[in-house]
Design a protein around this ligand. Structure first.
Ligand SMILES: [Zn+2]
Length: 155
């Protein structure tokens, strides 16, 4: 199950709609070992495509380096689908390199009944998990509330 701040879910949707019809992508970092996604980092889709996404290699290097320096992990890896359901494509599965991450897909297809879904992808196997949006995390590990400003930036 992915327990995640509702604001972060909203921020992914806002970003996906902003970049539509191109796919969007990004990462949500959280303290290592916490399983509490906190810091949403929108990233550039280097593929600039409505049917695929690819992190920009230099940006990815910097973002991962920043997470390391802050003691964070990439807890959520997200991207959008703009004309297909929110389910991992063959390429998404082939490229999934983080067995501990939650792979979130946001669909901006108006016909899509479940626009935000989360998956674990391990060794080419896809397992969907429930998303539970929360106003705040139960444990006191996460006091900061970083997401409001971000939603404004993206709007
Ligand atoms: Zn995809």
């Amino acid at each position: 199950m992915l327990i995640i701040l509702a604001d972060l879910v909203d921020a992914m949707l806002v970003q996906a709609r902003r970049d539509h019809p191109l796919e969007t992508c990004g990462v949500i970092a959280g303290a290592a070992g916490s399983n509490q996604p906190m810091r949403l980092i929108p990233m550039r889709n280097a593929a600039q495509s409505p049917e695929a996404f690819r992190f920009d290699a230099a940006e990815q290097f910097q973002v991962w380096k920043d997470m390391d320096a802050r003691g964070e992990e990439p807890l959520v890896l997200y991207h959008s689908h703009t004309g297909s359901p929110a389910y991992p494509s063959r390429d998404d599965v082939a490229c999934a390199a983080e067995p501990h991450a939650h792979y979130v897909i946001v669909s901006t297809d108006a016909a899509c009944e479940r626009p935000v879904r989360s998956f674990r992808i391990v060794d080419g196997r896809v397992v969907e998990e429930t998303i539970k949006p929360v106003e705040r995390y139960a444990s006191p590990a996460a006091q900061a509330v970083p997401s409001h400003n971000l939603i404004k930036e993206l709007s």
